[in-house]
Design a protein. Structure first.
Length: 359
C-alpha cells in the first residue's frame, strides 16, 4: 500500500531565475489552454508532439503540458459532458520526476535561456521545524509543480509513501465541532479534547471586524491579504489538530479512526445565531481530509459514519434526548460532555458504504 501527498518547499530564486520562472509559467498555462481548447473543438483527444507546440519552454515541460491537458480534458471536460471547460489563469509550471532533482537545499530544473534549455539550480528552503518534510522527501518523488503568489515562489512536490495498514480492531471515535474543535475516545475509554474553540471564535470575530473596517474604506487589496492571512491561520489550526489526533491514535495503537460523514453539515448541524457565521466559514471537510491523509501515512484506516443522532442518543440506554447546554443528561442516569457523547456514538455508528472493522 502507498499514499501520495504533496510537500511544499519555499523557493528563493534570484531575480534572473524569477523572471525565467514567470516566463515558463505563463507559457505553460498558454499551452495548456490551447491544447484543451483544441480537444474541445475536436470533441476528442488530439495527437500532439513537442514539435507541434510553439512555445518557449523545454521539451520536457511541453511533454508534461500535453499529458496534463489530456488529463484535464478527460476528467473535467468530457466527464462533465462539455459543461465545464476550465481555463488556467494562475501562472504554474510542471516537471515530471525525470526532469528535476532535489538535494534538500536546491531544486535543479531545465529552463529556457536565450532559446536553449539550460539546467538551473534554485535555492530551496524547508521551513518545517519538526523535520517531518525532510523524512517525507526521502521517499519516491513525483511531479514538481512551481507556482507564484504575491511575488513568492513555492515548489509543490508529490511524494509517494509506502504504508502498512495496522492490524487489529481498536477504534477511535472523533467528533468535530465549533466550541470543541475535536474530541476523541478510544473503545477502551481513553478521552482527549483537541483545539481551543473559544480562541478560534475570538480570532474569527477579529478578522470579521477588521474586514468590515477595510470594506468601509474600500481597501480591496488589503481585504484580499487579510483573507489570505485568515485562510493560512485556519489551515495551520487544522494541521495541528489533525496531527494531534493521529498521534493520539498511534499512542493508543488504534487501527481505525471513525469520523462523521460531513456532507450537508451546514444544513444539519446544531448551532446558535452567534455561531452561525463561524460555522459557515470553517472548513470541516479540510480538517477531516487532513486527519485522513495523516492517518493513512501512519497506516491507520479512516472510516466515515452516518452522523444521524450521534449527539442525541444515549450510549448507555440508546434513548434520544435533546440537549440544551454542553452537558448531556439522560433519565437513565448517564451524564457526559455533549461532544464526548457524539464521539462515543461515532465509534459504533453505521459506516457509510458498509465496509467497516468490527467494533
Amino acid at each position: 500500500m502507498s499514499q501520495t501527498i504533496t510537500v511544499k518547499v519555499k523557493l528563493l530564486p534570484i531575480r534572473e531565475q524569477a523572471q525565467l520562472l514567470k516566463q515558463s509559467s505563463l507559457e505553460y498555462i498558454k499551452v495548456m489552454n490551447t491544447l484543451v481548447y483544441e480537444m474541445v473543438e475536436a470533441k476528442q483527444i488530439t495527437k500532439k508532439s513537442t514539435k507541434d507546440i510553439d512555445a518557449n519552454i523545454p521539451s520536457a515541460v511541453k511533454n508534461q503540458a500535453i499529458k496534463d491537458a489530456k488529463s484535464v480534458f478527460t476528467t473535467k471536460v468530457k466527464k462533465s459532458k462539455y459543461t465545464i471547460i476550465p481555463i488556467l489563469k494562475k501562472p504554474v509550471c510542471v516537471w515530471n520526476n525525470q526532469n528535476y532533482s532535489f538535494d534538500f537545499t536546491h531544486i535543479s530544473i531545465p529552463l529556457m535561456v536565450e532559446g536553449k534549455s539550460t539546467r538551473m539550480k534554485i535555492r530551496a528552503l524547508l521551513v518545517d521545524k519538526s523535520g517531518r518534510n525532510f523524512s517525507l522527501l526521502k521517499h519516491k518523488l513525483g511531479t514538481l509543480r512551481i507556482t507564484e503568489k504575491s511575488g513568492k515562489w513555492v515548489a509543490q512536490i508529490s511524494v509517494t509513501i509506502p504504508t502498512t495498514e495496522k492490524k487489529g480492531t481498536k477504534i477511535l471515535g472523533v467528533d468535530l465541532g465549533l466550541k470543541v474543535p475535536a474530541v476523541a475516545i478510544t473503545d477502551d475509554g481513553k478521552v482527549r479534547f483537541f483545539g481551543n474553540g473559544r480562541e478560534n471564535k475570538y480570532r474569527k470575530r477579529k478578522f470579521r471586524s477588521v474586514r468590515k473596517k477595510l470594506g468601509k474604506q474600500k481597501k480591496v487589496n488589503a481585504i484580499r491579504r487579510l483573507d489570505d492571512k485568515e485562510q493560512r491561520w485556519m489551515k495551520d489550526k487544522d494541521h495541528k489538530v489533525s496531527r494531534q489526533i493521529v498521534n493520539f491514535a498511534i499512542e493508543n495503537k488504534i487501527s481505525v479512526i471513525r469520523l462523521e460523514q460531513l456532507t450537508n453539515i451546514r444544513q444539519t448541524t446544531r448551532t446558535s445565531r452567534k455561531n452561525e457565521k463561524s460555522l459557515h466559514t470553517w472548513s470541516f471537510h479540510r480538517l477531516s481530509t487532513f486527519i485522513e491523509y495523516k492517518a493513512n501515512v501512519a497506516g491507520v484506516k479512516v472510516e466515515y459514519v452516518n452522523p444521524a443522532y450521534t449527539s442525541q442518543t444515549c450510549p448507555q440506554c440508546s434513548v434520544r434526548n435533546k440537549v440544551k447546554d454542553r452537558r448531556y443528561v439522560c433519565p437513565c442516569g448517564f451524564e457526559k460532555h455533549r461532544d464526548l457523547v457524539g464521539a462515543m456514538n461515532i465509534r459504533y455508528a453505521p459506516v457509510v458504504g458498509g465496509n467497516s472493522q468490527s467494533a
